[in-house]
Design a protein around this ligand. Structure first.
Ligand SMILES: CSC[C@@H](O)[C@@H](O)C(=O)COP(=O)(O)O
Ligand SMILES: [Zn+2]
Length: 230
């Protein structure tokens, strides 16, 4: 443990384009174009359910330039790293990603520094709320089957930022318990964590939520309430 082993390369460089190590790199490049993971901020973690492995990006690197060989691999059962690329540290978001895997049995977690997310944490107090927008139908109910309805209210809790990413873990855990129906948590003046049953679901939720956050900022600017009274 603790050292990169050449055999562990096979954990992250398979030919399969949909392998978690490939997807983390590809999606981070894609997210960079949206301004979600610029300046080393943000990241993605993916869980391989069949092999019970967690794939994690390194810390403090340009997330759009990562290669599969830079990816850390953790055994989810023992919580030990079975691949640690030399000279790199695992993402400081790891305890937060792990909290979503453990508490919500998720398949992937995305963290972005989206400016839409940050603006909403400055415009809303304890929770972000929006209703009666078609895109809400892309977000899962979580506590029930299927997705929210057009007229349902999407509620995302906001937690306060901390000096170090890992110090967010207790309040993220509390928000997950307090809001059993949420698939995301906003971090004031920092960004957002979004998770899903698979990486593709997490990607859809992140995109739909970011769309709604951007819309909410525009609605607030024009004095339009984000929750429609019936
Ligand atoms: C611009 S530094 C941002 C970090 O402190 C943190 O918020 C972050 O999102 C990424 O942390 P990292 O450890 O690089 O994966
Ligand atoms: Zn961050």
């Amino acid at each position: 443990m603790g050292l990169e082993k050449p055999d562990s390369d096979q954990l992250v460089v398979p030919a399969d384009e949909e392998h978690p190590a490939n997807l983390i790199c590809e999606l981070c490049r894609n997210f960079y174009g949206n301004g979600w993971v610029t300046g080393t901020g943000g990241g993605i973690s993916i869980r391989d359910r069949s092999r019970n492995l967690i794939f994690l990006a390194p810390s403090g690197v340009q997330k759009e330039r990562m290669m599969p060989l830079n990816i850390f691999v953790m055994d989810f059962k023992t919580k030990e790293y079975i691949r640690r690329p030399l000279k790199l540290k695992p993402s400081s978001c790891t305890p937060l990603f792990m909290a979503t895997y453990i508490m919500r049995d998720t398949g992937a977690c995305i963290h972005t520094h989206s400016q839409n997310a940050i603006m909403c944490t400055l415009l809303f107090e304890d929770v972000f709320e929006i209703s009666c927008i078609e895109q809400i139908k892309a977000i899962p109910k979580v506590t029930g089957s299927g997705n929210l309805l057009y007229s349902d209210r999407l509620v995302i809790p906001i937690i306060e930022n901390t000096e170090k990413e890992e110090q967010l873990e207790p309040s993220l855990r509390k928000a997950i318990l307090d809001y059993p129906g949420t698939t995301a948590i906003l971090v004031r003046r920092h960004g957002i964590y979004v998770w899903g049953e698979t990486i593709w679901k997490a990607k859809i939720y992140n995109e739909a939520i970011d769309y709604l956050l951007e819309l909410a900022v525009k609605m607030k600017q024009l004095g339009i309430p984000t929750v429609k009274s019936s």
